[in-house]
Design a protein around this ligand. Sequence first.
Ligand SMILES: Cc1cc2nc3c(=O)[nH]c(=O)nc-3n(C[C@H](O)[C@H](O)[C@H](O)COP(=O)(O)OP(=O)(O)OC[C@H]3O[C@@H](n4cnc5c(N)ncnc54)[C@H](O)[C@@H]3O)c2cc1C
Length: 420
Amino acid sequence: MTPHPIAIIGGGLTGLTCAIRLAEQGYQVHLFEAAPNLGGRTKSFYSPVVDHWVDHGPHLLIGAYQATQKLLHDVGASSNVTWQPSLHLPLWDKQRSFFSLKPKPYLPFPVALLISLMQLPTHGFKSVRSMLKIALNMKKPPAKSVQVWMEQLNISSALQRDLIEPLCLGAMNEPMHRADCKSFARVLNEAFANHHNARLGWFNQPISQAFIDPLKSHLKNLGISIFTSTTIRDIEQNNGICTLNTGTSQTKPYSTAIIALPAYARNRLLGIRQDVKTEAITNVHLWFETDITLPQALIGSIGTYSQWFFDVSSQTGQKGLSHICAVISAETPINRKQSFKKVCTELGALLQMELPAPVYHKIICEQRATVLTSYENQTLSSGTILDASEAPRPGDLPATIESAILRGEEAAKTLCFQQK
Ligand SMILES: Cc1cc2nc3c(=O)[nH]c(=O)nc-3n(C[C@H](O)[C@H](O)[C@H](O)COP(=O)(O)OP(=O)(O)OC[C@H]3O[C@@H](n4cnc5c(N)ncnc54)[C@H](O)[C@@H]3O)c2cc1C
């Protein structure tokens, strides 16, 4: 064990996971979080207008998120995620209406996927050939954008439009022409490994109750000291120990300070002047007095401004107003009014109805929702500082819940290994 406690800076999923794993190994852990509440980007707020807790943005999981499932299990929160029995990706566009990628669960996954792709409207054998080409080339993706790779492989435009682009946006928060090939190939490889990995899951309660509260209880049971509303401004290292500057005071000594922040916040903390590429996610929340239900709990919308529609009411079973949330990745709304209008028009078209005016709406644009994959990203561990920041490099998993939890686990393992 270390002579002093371990400090963790950042109370998002990375910091919370790291704190739990270290405390389980017997370390004394102090966790510092700038905001009044834990959770970071996985957060919800209470809206008195609709009398419900609302996620800033709905979070989608895939079966390949093994570390996430293990953590959920360890904190007794597994039942707070609804998992599809096997992949069912409902899609919609104006011309073709509703269709689904739904590989038959009784066939081996690769075969089932190819058959399901072939049966999508306007796809046929071209998509099968294209998917096989991608599979054959997945081990050696070039250091280029996904779009350039798709062009090099001569991938059918239907497959690009209905699968590759939605996957880039959904999993990497980047459009095809910017998304990094190596990380994308990793996502494909893991997500399409088998039926179990490919299925989708969503929280069946607001995320703060579904995930953050159980994590918080677990932290408390493990005796972890939590300091919220405490921004760390600086880390001072001296003779193998470090102290943290909170702006008004200097903390007690720590053996190690683990940085669990997005790379831009880490840079600010360490006084590094380097731009970090990030991307926004916009969530347009709509509440209706009349019963508005989507045919599925979530629907990918092709060729529209809204990329995903989440039926939050049916996902969470919340009574009262019908809550639909449209998600737009990698695009900052130019004008909130236009954004709202577009989403309402597209939802009306999808539901083939004259959409009633929502009784309430809220647009939440997380400007720096994810740090993008880039060769410029780096980890900056040195001395008593262990860097677990979100700074994905090509070939790494993109910034997701799973990668945050994995970074937390990895930092805890590294520290335990160093102390042996
Ligand atoms: C709208 C939205 C939708 C998303 N959708 C999905 C999805 O569907 N699926 C998915 O897998 N992922 C999704 N993500 C990504 C996922 O939420 C993040 O990758 C993950 O939560 C990051 O966790 P983290 O702990 O690394 O960082 P954060 O959650 O950012 O935590 C860092 C914490 O550090 C605190 N902090 C910052 N500076 C300091 C300081 N100096 N001192 C003390 N504390 C500090 C911050 O307040 C914050 O709480 C989404 C993200 C957003 C924003």
